[in-house]
Each structure stands twice: as C-alpha cells, then as structure tokens.
Design a protein around this ligand. Structure first.
Ligand code: GAL
Length: 846
C-alpha cells in the first residue's frame, strides 16, 4: 500500500515534471523560435520532419503593394516556403552606400511572407545569376585593385563576406531567422558554382571551402545550402537545380534531398520566341521527385515579374520576366498551371506522414513503369505509380487492381488503392487572360527633346585607341559615344573618283549606331546567342573635316558563366575605312577618339526631373533616332486591373512613369519565324527550346506599369527612343481575365479536395471559379457533356451531346463566383452509351 502511494506520488511528480519541462520547452520556443536542423530525409523544424513546397518570388521584380497578394496566391496554391535571392547591386549601388527602400525593402518582404504564415529561403548569394544585371554584383566591385570574382581571392572574399554579413545581421536584428522566431528556415551561399568551378582550378576548390565556413560562421541558427555543388562541405546541404531532379542524391547520407530550382518555364530574350512549359510535365517532375524521396521542391519562378529599370541581366534578356510561371508577370494566376500544381500539392500532402517516416519499396510494373510504396509501421500506406515512358500509355496491375497510366505521368494513391491525382490529368479550370485597350480618347500633348548626335558634354574625354565599354562607363549608362574627325584631302587612296567608301566597325556588342557627319548611316545589333556587332556600310565623305560618331549601347550585362564578369562590350575594333574597289584602307582604331559616357538627356535628368529643354509644337518628330518624348497619361479607370503599355510603333529605348523606369522596350526586335509549335507534347524530357510561342512576332510589345506608380490622372510618361518610333501609336491596356474554362472526363480521378479517408468522394467534378474575388459567373458561353472538341475559346459540340448540359450548368453556376458539378451520366443522362464522355464548359466572369 505504502509502495502504491509512493508510486502514485512519484507519478504525480513525474507528470508535474513533464508538464513543467513541456511548458519550459514551449516558452523557449516562443522566445528563441524554431530549431531548424535536418537529417537524411528532411528539414526538421521544431523536432518534426517537414515535406515542403516552395516557390521563388524576387522582391524587386514586383512592387511592395503587390507582395501581400502574390504571397496569398502562393499560399492558396499550396506553397509553404518562398525563395528569393538577395540582389547586391540594388542594395549597394556605391560602396558602403546602402538602399533598402521601396522594391528593395527586403526586410518588409520577409515580414510579409512571415505574416502570411509561410517560411522563407533566403538565397544571399551574393552571386545570384538570375538573369539579373551582372549576376547581382555591383559594378564597383570590378574596379577594386587585384580583384578576381568567385575564387580564392582576398579582395573578393572580403567584399563578399562584408555584404553577406550585412544581410545576415540585418535579418538577425529584425529577428527574422526561424531560430529567433522569424520565417527564414534556410539560406543559400553562392549559386551553382559547381557548374563553373573547374575553370577556377584549385583556387575554385578552396573558395568553396572558404564560402562554406564563412557562411556557417555567421551563425544564423538555420541550415545553409549550396545549389549544384556536389562538393559542398558539411554541414552545407548540396541541392539540385534543373527541369528534373528525381535522380539527384545529396553528397552525404546525412543530408536531405532538396530541389532549389524547378524551372516552371524559361526566361525570354529580346529577339527570341517565348518559352512555355506544359504543366503536365512540371507536375510529372514534381511528383517523381517526391516519389523518389525528395522533401523540399522549389518552383523557379512561382511569380517571375518584371525587370524594371536596367536590372535585367543579359545581354538581351527582355523586360518581362514572366517565365510562364504559375502567377503571371502581372500577378494574375495562370491557369491551369496554378490550379493543377495546387492539386498536386494537396495530393502529395495526403502522403506526408508516410513519405516522412517510411522507406519506399520500389517495384517494377513493366518497362518504364515503377511503383513506390511508402508504408509506415502503423499501417499508413501511400503509393506512387509512374509511367516514365515518353510515348506509350499503360494499363498496370497493382495490389490486385488495374490502373491506367498515361505516358510520362505519375498517379498518387494516398491509401495505396485509390488514385487521387494523375499528373497528366488536369482537373483545374483554364482561364484566358487578355489585354484590353484602354486608349485615352483625347489627343495627347507631346513634348520632345532631340538628343545631340555625338559629344555634347563637358565630361567627354579624349583617348588614343578604342576603349572597352563596360570598363569605361562602369554601367552608369547603357550608352557610350565614340567620336572622331577625319580630314579628307581628296587624294586618299581609299577615295578616288567614282569609288565608294566602306566603313567597317567591329563591336563586342550589344547595339551600334553609326553617324557620319551628323546623319545616321547604319545600325547593327547582336542577339542573345551572339552579342557581337559587325557593320560594313557604304558612306559618303566630303572634302575637309568629317565627323564620325559611333553610339554603342548595352542591353543588360552578362550574368552567367565562368569569368562572366570580364565579358566586354562596345567598339573594340577594328574601325576601318576602305575602298570598295581597290582594296586600300585606313585603320582608325588607334587614332584619337573622344568619349562620352551616357546621353545628354540623362545628364539633364530628363527621366526623373523637370527640365526646361522640352519643346512642344505641332512638329512632333516621328521615326527619327535619338528623341526623348514626354506626355501626360491618366490611369485606366475602367477596372482596377494591372496596367500595361503597348509600345507597338516604337523602336528601342527606355520608358519612365512618374520618374520610375518601367524598363527597356524593344518591340521591333522580332523572334525567328521558325521553332514554335502550336501545341507542345508534354511527354518526354523538356528543354528550354522545346515549347516556344510567338515566332515571327515582336518578343515584347507590352510592358507592365505597376498600379502603385500611377496616380488617377496627370502621370508623366517619358520615353527615350534610340532607333525610330511613332509615339502616337502607344496605347494603355489593362490585363483582364476573359473566359474561364474547364474540361473534365468521366474517367478523371476525383478532385483531391473532395477526397477523404472513407473514399466516398463524389467522383469526377468540374469546377469553375472566377479569377477575381469581386466577380461572378455571368453567362455560360459553351457547355457540352458528350464528346466535345477543341480547346478553351473554341470548344465545339459533336454529335454525342447531352441537350440538358447548358441548362444544368447555367443553373449551377450563373450568379455565383464558383461552382462544381459532378461529371457523370447521373447528372446529364447518356447521350452515347459505351463511349467515354467529357464535360467542357466555357464561362464568362464579370
Ligand atoms: C539557373 C540559375 C538561376 C537562373 C536560372 C535560369 O542556372 O541558378 O539564377 O539564372 O538558371 O532562369
């Protein structure tokens, strides 16, 4: 008895002790935040392994007022983590002068994500690649004596460490690391250095060691990663980037399998077609990754956004960084990409427990057919059935049931029995966005300023020989003038009676205009494959002094490759005058040239300040080179949707709205006429030129003007037109959602959201939802249950069609913001027995 009492007391004491310890633990967590570690399977947050879905959003590629909505749409799409780079060159434009305002407000961005309940992966780099100017490095770094980038070089390492520490300290001060209670659970140092390391020899190897220990010593309390770095030293986790990473294994049995960049499309270039990646293929890559033991996958990009100002890398990368991402450049969800991936995330999360605790049993179900079963000790079972054949659909037997597996697809069975999702079968609605012209009715009043041809500034300087451009401008401007005078006496051997003179100019790029005696004589441009410009043009020289002015311009600085920082630009020669007939020539390359960095309009601050140089009368210059234009615009009020300006009619240049640069424009750079496909077969390995749109068309005509940069009326639009343009053709547009469509067949897996443990789901359903919260479905443009043909916007009824379809859908959907209807003969009757039927609907939202 006494013993019993003792035991009882001890039990009470133990319970009390456990209670106190738990309380202390909870308090400690509340005060000191989450402990983030990892093991061979996953990141461990507060003692729990986590299966995480992540997406990249780069804060300077949108505006702070867009951030909450972008993050909310990411959360709604099923993301747990937002990944961003930190862009050194926008934060430290001059050494030791920092800028974290507006779009550069990194702390605010991280806080917005934290507030939404999501985690952050902060990729500090500070080399970031990212199609960002100079890979993120500030240009001043290049001028530090004896510096060598991205290698074991003291001056470089000192600057890299200083900036990395600056960012880490900033995050710590704001308590933004998970270890402090904030949202940051991971950080990245360097970026894909493994892709180029061999070019740096032994110094490259020691640089990786240094970068790893430098990062670790900053003591963030959360793990660091290095992507594409198979020799990443412990404790740094090496991660994978690519279109597929299911075959990747980390470099130690103690590290989890993580994927930092799953490219959701690809970036576009001026002069290039527009890449897109079918969602069936993305879904396949994602599910294969989790099927094969991955536990963190990141979409690069989830929202790509816009390369405002001169931030784009290059050369020739366009201002739009849409990337065919699940959220489009303007912040609208892209369907069915966003919705199908959301369904994928929900399906994978149904398997979370099994995936994180069990080891898979992998069996072959035939050639290119594979089943992975994750079964826990307590009997929780989840299976993935994959058909990675690039052509052939398959019918497989698994656990005594039959399953249809389209080629290049994976089915998820969260109970090892019922298919809740197949990556190639899309349940999500499709919506077709469009731009609506909101042309301002009244005739605008234009002002203009003619940029002088050649040298106009007091800061111009003479120099013998041709100078490389980036070393000369330090990227303070896109533009560099190379000017000289040639005295023609008349008896030059390359100039005799009736003979024509040819001017040859060789430039490293990116764009070149040649003026002879104040007149445009010729232009040339490189492209994203080869930035060099080579010009051979006939010119007319007159006796006496002749003026030769070469305007060279850059279109974003190189961001990728070994020693990319040393890539040159500009007229490095030779520059030769030659006779077209007798072979005699004169090389002007080593003569004295006069240089001017930038334009007069830039020196006058035309884009951002007031200036008295503007003219306005009825003689508005059109289709002339080097003209600055200015007018006032009112914001479109017909909707509060995102705004785009259509620069059709203009040549090439840069545009500013109320002093903010919306980026370089170049609607005259046309994509090649071949290489595109109307529909792209998602089956088989994707590459960035597999699926292209827009061949033979301008790469970019529409440019985003963020709403927050616009006042209702009286906004100042300024353009600098470099080649030739007619600004009166410009129009303002809003980005609207047109129709919403969905197409679901009787054999589709039932939607994930209706799936439950009892497996009593209602079967396949069609769901329609208006893209904007204040919209309702106003009409049904098309509805057919049977064997409808075509795609969203051009659906057609066939002979097999249930007459009841339209009225049933109208009743269920019109007047609501969303609706769901079961896809079966029970609802619509059977218009043609023994045939597999589909329901296709197109609705309008207003
Ligand atoms: C990766 C790089 C990213 C981005 C991407 C292409 O190699 O890490 O920063 O440049 O390619 O969009």
């Amino acid at each position: 008895m006494a013993f019993e009492i003792m035991r009882g007391r001890r039990r009470r004491r133990d319970v009390l002790l456990i209670f106190c310890l738990t309380l202390l633990g909870l308090l400690a967590t509340a005060v000191s935040g989450a402990n983030v570690t990892y093991d061979n399977r996953a990141l461990i947050i507060n003692g729990r392994r986590r299966l995480l879905v992540s997406g990249s959003i780069h804060y300077p590629r949108s505006t702070p007022d867009m951030w909450p909505d972008l993050i909310q749409k990411s959360k709604d799409g099923g993301l747990d983590v937002i990944e961003t780079y930190v862009f050194w060159n926008i934060h430290e434009p001059a050494r030791n002068q920092y800028d974290f305002q507006g779009r550069k407000d990194l702390v605010q961005f991280v806080k917005v994500i934290g507030k939404a309940g999501l985690y952050v992966h902060l990729r500090i780099g500070p080399y970031v690649c990212a199609e960002w100017n100079y890979g993120g490095f500030p240009l001043w770094l290049h001028f530090i004596p004896d510096i060598k980038f991205r290698t074991d070089n003291e001056p470089f390492k000192a600057e890299m460490q200083r900036f990395t520490k600056k960012i880490v300290d900033m995050m710590k001060k704001e308590k933004l690391y998970a270890s402090q209670g904030g949202p940051i659970i991971l950080s990245q140092i360097e970026n894909e250095y493994g892709n180029v390391a061999s070019n740096y020899g032994a110094a490259g190897k020691s640089y990786v060691q240094w970068a790893a220990s430098m990062a670790t010593s900053l003591d963030t309390g959360v793990p660091w990663v290095m992507c594409q770095q198979s020799d990443a030293p412990d404790p740094i986790i090496n991660t994978c980037n690519g279109f597929y990473c299911d075959q990747f294994t980390p470099n130690s049995g103690n590290k989890p399998k993580m994927w930092t960049e799953n490219w959701t499309g690809w970036f576009s270039s001026f002069g290039g077609a527009i890449p897109y990646r079918p969602v069936e293929d993305i879904a396949f890559s994602v599910v294969r990754f989790y099927q094969r033991g991955g536990t963190l996958q990141n979409y690069y990009m989830y929202h790509g956004g816009t390369n405002f100002g001169r931030t784009t890398g290059g050369p020739f990368i366009s201002t739009s960084y849409d990337y065919d991402a699940p959220i489009d450049e303007y912040g609208l969800i892209r369907q069915p990409k966003w919705g199908h991936l959301k369904d994928v995330h929900q399906a994978i999360k149904l398997c979370e427990e099994a995936l994180l605790t069990a080891s898979p049993t992998v069996t072959s179900l035939g050639s290119n057919l594979e089943a992975s079963v994750y079964k826990t000790g307590s009997g929780v079972c989840c299976a993935f059935l994959a058909n990675y054949d690039t052509h052939t659909d398959a019918l497989v037997r698994f656990n005594n049931n039959s399953y249809q597996l389209p080629a290049w697809s994976v089915s998820i069975l969260p109970d090892c029995k019922n298919v809740v999702l197949n990556t190639a079968k899309i349940n999500s609605a499709v919506s077709i966005p469009k731009f609506v012209d909101r042309c301002v009715k009244e005739t605008p009043i234009w002002s203009w300023f003619s940029e002088p041809i050649g040298i106009s500034s007091d800061n111009a300087f003479p120099k013998t020989g041709l100078l490389e451009q980036i070393n000369t401008t330090a990227d303070a401007s896109d533009y560099l003038w190379y000017s000289m005078s040639i005295n023609i006496t008349g008896d030059e051997p390359f100039l005799h009676d009736g003979d024509q003179t040819t001017l040859q100019v060789e430039s490293l790029g990116h764009v070149l205009h040649v003026y002879v005696n104040g007149k445009l004589a010729g232009s040339g441009k490189g492209n994203s494959g080869n930035s060099k410009v080579s010009i051979q043009i006939p010119i007319i020289l007159v006796p006496g002094q002749n003026k030769l002015d070469l305007l060279s311009s850059t279109v974003g600085l190189e961001n990728y490759g070994a020693f990319f920082d040393l890539t040159g630009a500009g007229v490095t020669g030779p520059v030769i005058l030659k006779s077209s007939s007798n072979g005699s020539s004169i090389d002007l390359s080593s003569q004295e040239w006069t240089y001017q960095v930038g334009l007069k309009g830039e020196a006058l601050n035309l884009p951002t300040g007031n200036s008295s140089v503007w003219t306005s009368d009825s003689s508005l210059p059109k289709n002339q080179s080097l003209i600055w234009y200015k007018r006032s615009i009112d914001a479109p009020t017909s909707s509060d949707n995102p705004v785009a300006i259509d620069f059709t009619g203009m040549g090439k240049g840069e545009a500013w709205v109320n002093g903010q640069s919306i980026g370089r424009y170049w609607p005259t750079f046309i994509a090649p006429t071949t290489g595109c496909s109307v529909s792209c077969n998602y089956k088989g390995p994707y590459s960035s030129n597999k699926c292209l749109n827009n061949c033979g068309k301008p790469s970019q005509t529409l440019y985003h003007i963020p709403r927050s940069w616009l006042k209702p009326t009286g906004n100042t639009l300024i353009l600098f037109e470099e080649i030739a343009g007619d600004p009166t053709q410009i129009s303002l547009n809003t980005r609207e959602m047109g129709s919403v469509c969905s197409r679901v067949s009787e054999t589709h897996p039932q939607p994930v959201k209706n799936w439950n443990d009892e497996l009593k789901g209602p079967g396949p359903m069609i769901s329609l939802e208006c893209p904007f919260p204040n919209q309702i479905i106003s009409s049904i443009k098309f509805a057919s249950f049977g064997t409808p043909q075509g795609t969203c916007g051009s659906f057609k009824q066939s002979r097999c069609h249930s007459q009841k379809t339209l009225s049933i859908i109208q009743k269920a959907c019109v007047g609501s913001s969303s609706c769901s209807v079961g896809v079966s003969v029970d609802t619509f009757g059977d218009p043609c027995s023994k045939v597999s039927k589909t329901l296709a609907v197109e609705a309008s939202c207003t």
